[in-house]
Write a protein of this length. Structure first.
Length: 127
């Protein structure tokens, strides 16, 4: 089965040895997104809600570059440096996803790249 590398300038460029996403067959593996602004590669300013929104915007851009959208995500992983923000993640996520929602994990971590408060990755299945 062939692999296709997904690349878009509408999401932050990789800051390491990885691709924004890799498509294998009809499955797309989305790399972790932190709240970087694609044009400047700087962290978004503002509160945790601004960070969560930026991450969903970045994931949207990569999903669309792969030929899908967020509702094609079968599994979403959320990494938070403070799990007290989990209700806010749910609130913002409801703006971006429609039922049925993807399978999901929320994991508390000690730190994330560039001192981000949130990072998300996922697995998307295309028709």
């Amino acid at each position: 089965m062939s692999r296709t590398i997904i690349q878009t300038d509408k999401a932050p460029q990789a800051i390491g040895t990885y691709s924004q996403a890799v498509k294998v067959g009809s499955t797309v593996y989305l790399s972790g997104q932190i709240p970087l602004i694609p044009e400047s590669m700087e962290m978004v300013e503002g509160d945790m809600e601004a960070q969560i929104v930026r991450v969903f915007e970045n994931l949207t851009a990569v999903a669309e570059a792969a030929g899908g959208n967020l509702n094609d995500i079968a599994k979403l992983n959320i990494f938070l440096t403070d799990l007290h923000h989990f209700p806010l993640v749910n609130e913002v996520m409801a703006r971006y996803f429609q039922q049925p929602y993807p399978a999901r994990a929320a994991i508390g971590v000690a730190s994330l790249p560039k001192d981000a408060g949130v990072e998300m990755d996922g697995v998307m299945e295309l028709e």
